[in-house]
Design a protein around this ligand. Structure first.
Ligand code: G
Ligand code: G
Ligand code: MN
Ligand code: NA
Length: 275
């Protein structure tokens, strides 16, 4: 109860903050290193091969709660409560507005990815609310990517389809988050208007240790290619994981290897440093 009251107040008093994690296209080249011969290395790329300094193509916004006494609280500690109580609707709207406002001020027109919860999808007017925030903040719709989990789809397929199609019709991009951990079928992937699949980090983190994980990652990359979807590998932490992913043709990565989620002030510098 106390936490719920605190959270209600937090949303009203701007105690929430967003951190941003870079999403990169590795190697600084549009063409994956695995598809190039040694002589074809682009100018400027280090001779030892792909580095962890890929080209940033966007950022995922991740909420934190700057609690007056508990310090910086991670979302895992309050999103589930917010979801149960319905507060996630107000929280989600705060996140969306803050993320769009921030991205509208970036030096380069990169994408901002925002997580939407199942509860938010129960609002019939969600697409119109999102559209209103875009026009209020001046962010172009094609710079917003909405991340949804399989749970959103499973809850109410018809509703999810209507809402996602409408968002998509505005030019907003849609990504399936945590792919492989839920129950969605391949038919869902084909039927829904996704632009991207995010391979869950539980698979990526096991690439070097479990042959089955590597097989799954490879299969998802193939699936993405066949369906014409971008595939983003999440939770990339090591050079070996990155090398495997590049060799398998993975175009986008996110993870501690490239950068942790960090405050808005810090990412402005990352963008400026890249040119
Ligand atoms: O940020 P962290 O690294 O701790 O994220 C933990 C979980 O919280 C992830 O599953 C992430 O999707 C979720 N999460 C982070 N920010 C948001 C948000 O703004 N809205 C929703 N619905 N979930 C979020
Ligand atoms: O569920 P979702 O994918 O939206 O949330 C992303 C979560 O993954 C956040 O909690 C973020 O902090 C975390 N994360 C991002 N990169 C890494 C990583 O390289 N390693 C680990 N362990 N967690 C990561
Ligand atoms: Mn996500
Ligand atoms: Na994820």
């Amino acid at each position: 109860r106390q936490l719920e009251a605190d959270l209600r107040r937090a949303i009203a008093r701007d105690e929430l903050v967003l951190h941003f994690q870079p999403q990169v296209r590795p190697g600084g080249s549009a063409k994956p290193a695995g598809e190039r011969s040694a002589g074809e290395r682009p100018a400027g790329e280090r001779p030892e091969g792909p580095s962890a300094e890929g080209r940033i193509v966007g950022f995922e916004a991740l909420v934190r709660w700057r609690h007056p006494t508990r310090g910086l609280v991670p979302p895992g500690a309050f999103i589930p409560l917010a979801e149960q109580t319905g507060l996630v609707v107000a929280l989600g709207e705060w996140v969306l507005r803050a993320a769009c406002r921030e991205a509208a001020g970036w030096a380069r027109p990169l994408t901002v990815a925002v997580n939407l919860s199942p509860r938010q999808f129960q609002q019939v007017d969600l697409p119109e609310r999102v559209l209103a925030i875009l026009s209020e903040t001046g962010l172009s719709p094609d710079r917003l990517e909405i991340e949804v989990t399989e749970t959103v789809i499973i809850n109410d397929m018809a509703r999810a389809m209507t809402v996602l199609r409408r968002l998509k019709s505005f030019g907003i991009r849609i990504a399936m988050d945590d792919f492989g951990t839920g129950y969605s079928s391949l038919a869902t992937l084909q039927a829904f208007p996704f632009d991207a699949i995010k391979i869950d980090r539980s698979f990526v983190s096991q690439i070097e240790r479990r042959p089955a994980a590597a097989v799954i990652v490879r299969a998802v990359l193939g699936l993405g290619r066949s369906l014409g979807l971008r595939v983003v590998a999440e939770g990339v932490e090591t050079e070996d994981q990155m090398r495997f992913l590049i060799a398998e043709g993975c175009g986008e990565m996110q993870g501690y290897l490239f950068g942790k989620p960090q405050p808005a002030e810090r990412i402005a510098g990352m963008m400026a440093g890249e040119g």
